[in-house]
Design a protein around this ligand. Structure first.
Ligand SMILES: Cc1cc2nc3c(=O)[nH]c(=O)nc-3n(C[C@H](O)[C@H](O)[C@H](O)COP(=O)(O)OP(=O)(O)OC[C@H]3O[C@@H](n4cnc5c(N)ncnc54)[C@H](O)[C@@H]3O)c2cc1C
Length: 304
């Protein structure tokens, strides 16, 4: 199996998919249908987030272990520092290592019910750790995981300027991060600008752009609330117009995701990271429209 960042650096069209931990058994069953369906498209990797505020973490761990043991997919396990001691985090890392999960994505996380960027709300756990960089150090020290970190093309709401956000990202690169994955994008421009700034500053790790096909008004609201990130007014106006029309919202979501993806590809960003809300149907429409098929993990073909 190839080291993920090496595969990312190789270039050419590829994609990865981020799932969230299901809330109940039915959700878990449905997620497994999606995972099985997705195997045929051979994504570069699939990741499973750690529930916001540390919720549903058992399902995150279980689903990630099963992906590693029972499928042909490469899993990336998200980890956050919310509500856990160092020992608990070490135990989870040991479970991942035992299941041959080699890749993790570390983020600090936010306390339950708190949107990203509300500074002063972080609640340290006694015996716990307090930043993505500390998690990164633990992941490297104990198991030499390949470690991904979060990147924020529209800057994290806690920072006033892109320069501050870039300087913070630089600390993650210096701490040994192997790759980055971006926050959900509303346009390709902010990602391309961030990529170019990082290149100028010698921050030489691959960073993947996050694309979420919006399928409902409520889903969009939830995402904005969690990220603490405002959406551009024109995008909000377009989606608000169809807020009670699921079909029209879905079509608009596909249109926006395709525009972002195509603009990225034109700018040489060909590995796309999708947040498809645990469903395969919209993702498959996007992949077909973009001609992202087929790929293999170990030997990647250049198409087009
Ligand atoms: C791709 C992606 C995936 C995500 N996945 C999840 C997920 O699975 N689960 C979830 O709950 N959330 C997830 N998030 C959201 C994330 O938890 C929030 O955005 C959170 O607010 C910030 O996390 P961080 O890793 O950027 O924090 P950090 O980089 O740790 O920064 C947090 C704070 O600590 C400060 N800080 C950090 N290191 C230092 C230092 N050395 N010295 C001084 N100050 C320091 C920073 O200035 C900042 O104020 C994800 C975000 C992205 C973009």
């Amino acid at each position: 199996m190839e080291y993920l960042p090496q595969l990312m650096r190789r270039g050419g069209k590829n994609f990865s998919v981020e799932f969230f931990p299901p809330r109940d058994d039915l959700g878990e069953q449905n997620l497994w249908s999606t995972i099985r369906y997705l195997e045929s498209r051979r994504p570069g990797f699939v990741s499973v987030t750690y529930g916001a505020g540390g919720t549903n973490r058992d399902r995150t761990v279980r689903v990630t272990e099963r992906i590693a043991k029972e499928t042909s997919l490469t899993p990336v396990a998200h980890l956050t520092a919310v509500g856990q001691t160092r020992e608990e985090l070490e135990d989870i890392m040991a479970r991942y290592a035992a299941a041959y999960v080699h890749n993790v994505l570390v983020v600090r996380g936010d306390p339950k019910g708190v949107a990203a960027g509300q500074e002063g709300t972080w609640e340290p756990t006694p015996g716990g750790i307090n930043s993505a960089n500390e998690l990164l150090a633990l992941a490297k020290e104990k198991h030499r995981f390949c470690v991904g970190v979060a990147a924020f093309p529209d800057k994290h709401p806690r920072f006033e300027t892109h320069a501050e956000d870039d300087a913070h990202f630089a600390t993650k690169v210096r701490a040994g991060a192997d790759f980055g994955v971006s926050q959900m994008l509303f346009s390709a421009d902010s990602f391309v600008r961030m990529r170019d700034r990082y290149a100028q500053q010698g921050l030489d790790i691959p960073v993947l752009p996050g694309i979420m096909p919006i399928t409902s008004w409520a889903g969009l609201q939830r995402m904005l609330q969690l990220s603490g990130q405002p959406a551009p007014a024109d995008v909000m106006a377009r989606f608000e117009k169809y807020r009670d029309d699921c079909k029209a919202t879905g079509e608009l979501g596909v249109e926006l995701a395709l525009k972002i993806a195509r603009d990225l590809i034109v700018n040489g960003v060909e590995w796309l990271h999708f947040f498809p809300n645990n469903r395969a149907s919209t993702l498959f429409i996007l992949l077909d429209e973009l001609g992202y098929y087929p790929f293999t993990r170990q030997a990647q073909y250049r198409i087009g």
